[in-house]
Design a protein around this ligand. Sequence first.
Ligand SMILES: [Fe+2]
Ligand SMILES: [Fe+2]
Length: 343
Amino acid sequence: MNNPSEKTQIDPDFLKTLSVLYVEDDEEIRELLSRFLHRRVGTLHTATNGQEGAQAFLEHHPDVVVTDIKMPVMDGLEMAAVIKSSSHEVPIIVITAYSERDYFIRAIEIGVDQYVTKPVNTDTLLQAIYKSARHRLHQLEMEKAEKLVVDALEQTIGVLSRAIELRDPYTDGHQKRVALLATAIAEEMGMPADTVTGIRLGSLVHDVGKIRVPSEILSCPRKLTGNEMNFIRTHPDAGYEIVDGASFPWPVARMVFEHHERMDGSGYPKGLKGDEICMEARIIAVADVVEAMNSFRPYRPALGIEAAMAEIRRGRGTIYDPDVVDGCLRALEKADFKFWDRD
Ligand SMILES: [Fe+2]
Ligand SMILES: [Fe+2]
């Protein structure tokens, strides 16, 4: 929580773009400050206590909230807590007397952004409003820029994913469908949104190493020989080499490298066990098996979703992570088994 003692050059045009909610029970002060603010900000909403203030906030979604603390019905900090619970990012400035310092700890816990001491110096108040709004705008711009980068990355990965699959018409759309299911599993498991994004992107390129496998082997219409199978089994290694050069904010290279590892060490290429395999790869592994079993292959018909579910139930806790299997079964049931229709 800051006290705006350092002065910033205020851009009056920027102030004119802001909508401000000002909450104060004392009629005289409210009228005085309202008159002052009204001439400087774009839109001013006022309320006479916390409850009215919380309602006005929901109605008008102001850019900044300025509030007194001690008020009847609902005090300013209770109102701040209500507002922050619905809109964590909106800046809240409290106006406080020195005698109200006991409120500081509560104000910090609630996430109040700035305080202005009584008697209010209008310049100081304007500085607080300006700095809070600028800071919020800067945050919003950063979030927007970050989203653009992730979107561009996702589109690039999507292009790469399609390029790999063009070589292998029989598994066309495989990575995309694995990505759909892996994302749903990760969400079922309650993983943070950023981790889920990483899993989606990792899934989209998990078989990128197949680019090194001759297409005659990839689209071979009969069961593969031992040697051909060994060739296919090099794809996690090859994929790791391709992806490792890029600095993703997620462990994409490990997802690619470890997606055929199994919890009991029976997988490849390294025979990693349990926690040695990253959680993202354990999720992709289960989604990969379910998608593959549910899809047609040149050497066999589609085995169906029931068979795929039976397989992951059978391997739950031995070859597959039990939490991932549970998440996958829940995701499939929720989607009414119609995962692939969303293609
Ligand atoms: Fe694979
Ligand atoms: Fe795969």
